[in-house]
Design a protein around this ligand. Structure first.
Ligand code: F6P
Length: 523
């Protein structure tokens, strides 16, 4: 069954939220915390080793109740059921949306067009396990009999961003293989990568669902030409494998049929790192760690499916995002990870969030007259504090922030970690509570800047009242990363349901591709 078609702005909850917004928009976080000593406990949810504290948002209990009524009125529960059951909720492409099945350990079948997808998934996982074990152990040999030392993922968009981000994020768990990513059609990208590689010991994974994507096929052809300068066509099968749904095109590229890993039309590119698209992840950290990544995501899948909306992390985060986007008219959201390992998270989320929810036509085919997709950006703490955080503290825009932190560091440099966490907490506090005129006045006095008080005071005040969420995990592991990514995936889904849009197509990227092709055919 398709998703229901309910215009959010016509719900009773939306109207009530509009009224409620006028009561709340001037309220200060400082004051809300003063009024309610249990605010932190009241607005926190935990799941395993993760605690989500959303108390530093411009909300009251009433706001949350109204937002949850909105979720109920747009039938989010029904949508979640359909999402997990393989209903064709990607209606514009007539497809199911089943990245959740990729990490499901239950043996309850999920049917698409009468066929159980779980069996296909298990077969693919077994193939990934056998292949990665062979390559990592050195049993898989290159054309001169040497083991593989380097792996190159050739793909773009969802066939690059997810695996690329995860491989970097989990490098602490990596084995001896070096992993590289070639995505851009910019020839300098592929040239720089090849410069470091030895054809005898490099394995190339061409990842493309369609196997027609210009960037990927071009890069793959260039790489094959480079390889054939040292080897023969008979050696291609030892060095090139593919992840694709287009078997015919892969075979005609010269790849052995047995070296093709599947992709399915019920897994969207930006949600595909859990499938064989994650082969580079599996090679980099080994199959057992890859499995843990899937298990972490499954933990969140179960939570999303079964928890009440009040206790549901992705639902609460989605509702808060709608609150700022549609009522406060915030245009962007920042994601700040207090670990260098997650440096690529914003870029990955940009595709996941913006390709999904950047839509201006609703599920009725009508043009939308309210705001949809948020703009996501961010970086790592503390580096961002020395870059763009000035604008968040003192700028004129309202920008909600997700702070992502880890209680423990991986190498155990506790002195560093203490400072990192102090900054993590300090930023949340500064954004929420700011610094009053009186406090700033006192500081200037203490620092003996009495003559400068009048001149400097306005610049030393922090208005605060900037909202943030605090997602604190115990440690960065494959499992916790799986949890984090699944939270964002479900947040995206829930927002798409509320906004009454189709989150799983991406027609918006087509026009540019067509025009580029036309330009090339003219030359
Ligand atoms: O840019 C659009 C897009 O279709 C993405 O959604 C997708 O992840 C990417 O292109 C790559 O597509 P393919 O895997 O077919 O090469």
């Amino acid at each position: 069954m398709p998703l229901q078609n309910i215009k959010p702005t016509e719900t009773v909850a939306w109207k009530k939220l509009t009224q409620h917004f006028s009561e709340i928009k001037e309220r200060e976080l400082k004051e809300l915390f003063r009024e309610d000593k249990n605010r932190k406990e009241q607005f926190s949810i935990s799941l395993g080793d993760l605690s989500v504290d959303y108390s530093k948002n411009r909300i009251t209990k009433k706001t949350m109740n109204l937002l949850i009524s909105l979720a109920n009125e747009v039938e989010l529960k029904d949508a979640i059921e359909k999402y997990f059951s393989g209903d064709k909720i990607n209606a514009t492409e007539d497809r199911a949306v089943l990245h959740t099945a990729l990490r499901s350990s239950s043996d309850i079948p999920v049917y698409v067009d009468g066929k159980d997808v779980k069996q296909k998934i298990q077969t693919a996982l077994r193939k990934m396990k056998a292949f990665s074990n062979k390559v990592i152990s050195g049993k898989w040999k290159g054309f001169t009999g040497k083991p593989i030392t380097d792996v190159v993922n050739i793909g773009v968009g969802g066939s690059n961003l997810g695996p690329n981000m995860v491989v970097e994020a989990l490098q602490f768990y990596k084995n001896k293989l070096n992993t590289h990513f070639v995505s851009n059609i910019d020839g300098d990208h592929v040239s720089e990568t090849l410069k470091k590689l030895n054809p005898e010991t490099t394995l190339f994974i061409i990842v493309s669902k369609t196997f027609t994507t210009q960037e990927t096929i071009n890069n793959a052809n260039t790489i094959r030409d480079w390889f054939l300068k040292s080897a023969t066509v008979f050696d291609v099968s030892k060095h090139f494998v593919a992840v694709s749904a287009n078997e015919k095109a892969v075979i005609s590229f010269g790849i052995d049929k047995k070296n093709i890993f599947p992709m399915w039309d019920w897994v969207g590119g930006r949600f595909s790192l859990w499938s064989a698209v994650g082969l580079s992840i599996c090679l980099s950290i080994g199959f057992d760690n890859f499995k843990e990544l899937l298990q972490g995501a499954e933990e969140v899948d179960k939570h999303f499916k079964t928890s009440s909306f009040e206790e549901n992390i992705p639902v609460v985060l989605a509702l808060l995002s709608v609150w700022y986007n549609n009522f406060f008219e915030a245009e962007t959201e920042v994601v700040l990870s207090y670990t260098q390992y997650l440096a690529k998270l914003p870029e990955y989320l940009q595709q996941a969030v913006m390709e999904s929810n950047g839509k201006d036509v609703d599920r009725n085919g009508d043009e939308i007259d309210y705001q949809t997709g948020t703009i996501i950006w961010g970086g790592t703490g503390v580096n961002s504090q020395h870059a763009f955080m000035q604008l968040l503290h003192h700028g004129t825009k309202l920008i909600p922030v997700d702070f992502i932190g880890f209680e423990e560091s991986l190498y155990g440099l506790n002195d560093h970690h203490e400072k990192l966490i102090a900054n993590y907490n300090a930023q949340q506090e500064a954004l929420a509570f700011g610094k009053t005129k009186e406090e700033a006045h006192l500081d200037l006095k203490v620092n003996n800047q009495i003559d400068l008080i009048n001149k400097l005071l306005p610049y030393k005040v922090f208005k605060g009242n900037h909202p943030s969420n605090n997602l604190l995990f115990k440690k960065l592991t494959p499992f916790s990363l799986g949890m984090l990514l699944a939270i964002y995936e479900h947040k995206i889904f829930a927002q798409g349901v509320i906004w009454n849009i189709f989150s799983f197509d991406q027609f918006g990227v087509e026009l540019g591709k067509e025009l580029a092709k036309k330009r090339l055919s003219k030359d």
